[in-house]
Write a protein that binds this ligand. Structure first.
Ligand SMILES: Nc1ncnc2c1ncn2[C@@H]1O[C@H](COP(=O)(O)OP(=O)(O)OP(=O)(O)O)[C@@H](O)[C@H]1O
Length: 553
């Protein structure tokens, strides 16, 4: 499902030592206006949080939905972007005292706690365990820092003594980029998690003193990965990532020469590249190339930018007069980021048996579509069905390769030419609509006992108005129960009027057309048990506005 990146602008509270608030900012619920002598600049966003916004409010509005997604098997990520001292770490973790409090066992969630400790308490391992009591649940955490285009493992026990030698490599062979050799710590409780955060943040602080305020110039990524395994070996995985980026303004302000210049360039490379990727992804033209590989940060977080992740950016800004320029830069970045579309999907790996079962069902579905077209004498491109069958076989093999962990093989297969799945659905849908239209315009041609006149579907009309008629061409009479038997074409016509996709159509049509009854005067769709797989969830998810319903027995 397409999912637009959500952008939240958070104004930092004006601190005592900063200059007074700039009079040039007008902060409203959905827009920020910068009053300029030439022309006002207006920036519009999903959520704008003024300086007085509480940490709790940010958590509620951004993190609660993400946590729910994460627990259901979807990937989520939240980036904190902004200039140095704009409040990124405060938003993610809380005030500086947080780490010390955790290390001294004195931490409790209070008004100043950031979204990370709050999320950890919310996720609460025990809770997950309860929810998933029928399955085996594993929760793992990693915590890494990217500095100077090197990736350091903040949870590595030898970090203190040897941190320069621990540059981690990224593997892109698996399904999504992965860090090779990163320490993944299995956690059992909220306390375990909090201790990991303290341990990693403490290591980071040591790195910072060794390497000149490194903390403002490095990116940190805290990742939680949830694995749910069922008895039949099917798996569901999901991750939630918290990314605290380096101060963004250093790109422009750093003045360095020689070796220092080279180092500065590398430090900036990730943010530069992040900007380029966002520029490419937000472009309204067709995306040709996104330079993910130009930096470790973008390569590692590729899935969060245009990929399989429900991603949000919290852009931290200040309304203080002295930070005007940085705030405008951040708002411009945020405007581009909000245009990015991600493609989010649930991460389920089926067992061998389930893959086989699903593929058999899809092949039957394909046969059904072909049969409907053939039996109704509708012309279609036979080659496309052949290609689709071939593609299904390929998909099945790819899934099996992935199941065996053979990602190279799976990738090679995915490079083979394939027919687009949407093509076949479109063709089916188009051809069938043509057929239905021809039936409507030539009712007399359809007077054979097996063909029934289809009432013209009225746009915006309810399902009843698109119901097929009885055999003799007169309006269908409903029996005393408000039910009327439908044949295959009638069912398709009725389902079409409620925007069913060809796949859903054929699922419903398959093997049960003679058993379908149409109900009136009902307010929702039903799907009762059948001896075949029924797409119950899709039915029940539909809007409940309509006056009529289809019941499948
Ligand atoms: N909303 C806020 N309310 C109170 N204090 C805040 C708020 N935002 C930030 N601060 C304080 O401002 C200071 C700088 O914030 P913070 O360290 O979060 O900035 P940062 O953007 O992470 O900077 P850096 O890029 O250097 O990591 C800290 O002392 C922090 O506690």
């Amino acid at each position: 499902m397409d999912n637009q990146i959500k952008v939240v602008i958070r104004f930092k509270s004006i601190l005592a030592f900063e200059e007074e608030s700039s009079p040039n900012w007008i902060i409203e619920e959905e827009a920020i206006t910068y009053k300029n002598t030439k022309q006002d600049e207006i920036f519009e966003f999903d959520v704008i949080m003024p300086p007085a916004t509480l940490q709790e409010e940010i958590f509620q509005s951004i993190m609660l939905p993400k946590i729910s997604f994460f627990l259901q098997g979807y990937n989520s990520a939240v980036f904190a972007y902004g200039a140095t001292s704009s409040g990124k770490t405060y938003t993610i973790l809380g005030p500086e005292s947080t780490i010390e409090q955790i290390l001294n066992n004195k931490f409790t969630i209070d008004h100043s706690s950031g979204i990370l400790p709050r999320s950890i308490h919310q996720i609460g391992y025990q809770q997950i365990k309860q929810q998933e009591s029928q399955q085996q649940v594993t929760l793992k955490a990693t915590y890494v820092e990217i500095y100077n285009e090197q990736i350091f493992d903040l949870l590595n026990q030898q970090y203190k003594t040897n941190n320069q030698k621990l540059d981690l490599k990224i593997s892109t062979i698996a399904d999504g980029p992965k860090l090779v050799g990163v320490r993944e710590v299995q956690v059992e409780s909220v306390n375990d998690l909090m201790e990991l955060i303290a341990f990693g943040s403490y290591n980071r602080a040591i790195g910072a003193t060794q390497l000149n305020s490194r903390s403002s110039r490095s990116h940190v990524i805290f990742t939680l990965e949830l694995l749910v395994e069922w008895k039949d070996k099917s798996q569901r995985t999901s991750k939630i990532q918290f990314i605290d980026l380096a101060g963004s303004e250093r790109l422009a302000k750093t003045v360095a020469k020689g070796q220092l210049l080279e180092e500065t360039k590398k430090i900036n490379q990730s943010l530069h590249c992040l900007g380029h990727c966002i520029m490419a992804l937000s472009s309204r033209k067709t995306i040709k190339h996104v330079p993910y590989r130009d930096s470790k940060l973008t390569l590692l977080l590729k899935e969060c930018l245009g990929g399989n992740s429900n991603t949000s950016f919290i852009c931290a800004v200040s309304a203080a007069l002295e930070h005007e320029e940085k705030t405008i830069q951040t708002l411009k970045f945020a405007q581009r980021a909000k245009l990015i579309l991600n493609k989010v999907k649930i991460n389920i790996k089926l067992s061998y048996e389930q893959i086989e079962k699903q593929m058999t069902m899809l092949k039957q579905e394909l046969q059904m579509m072909e049969k409907i077209l053939t039996t109704n004498g509708i012309k279609y491109d036979k080659q496309i069905f052949k290609e689709q069958n071939f593609q299904l076989q390929l998909d099945q093999n790819m899934n099996l390769d992935e199941l065996k962990g053979d990602y190279r093989k799976s990738k090679r297969r995915s490079l083979q030419p394939s027919s687009s799945k949407s093509d076949i659905k479109e063709q089916f849908s188009y051809r069938f609509q043509q057929y239905l239209d021809s039936q409507n315009s030539n009712p007399k041609q359809n007077s054979s006992p097996n063909s029934k006149r289809i009432v013209q579907r009225q746009s915006g009309g309810n399902l009843r108005s698109s119901l097929p008629c009885s055999l003799d061409g007169s309006e269908a009479e409903l029996d005393e129960n408000g039910e009327h038997d439908l044949n295959e074409a009638q069912l398709i016509s009725a389902l079409k009027s409620i925007n069913e996709t060809p796949r859903e159509l054929s699922q419903f049509v398959s093997g049960r057309t003679s058993q379908v009854k149409f109900h009136t005067q009902e307010s929702q769709y039903y799907s009762t048990t059948t001896n075949q797989t029924t797409n119950t969830e899709q039915l029940q998810d539909r809007p409940k506005k309509r006056e009529s319903c289809c019941q499948v027995f």
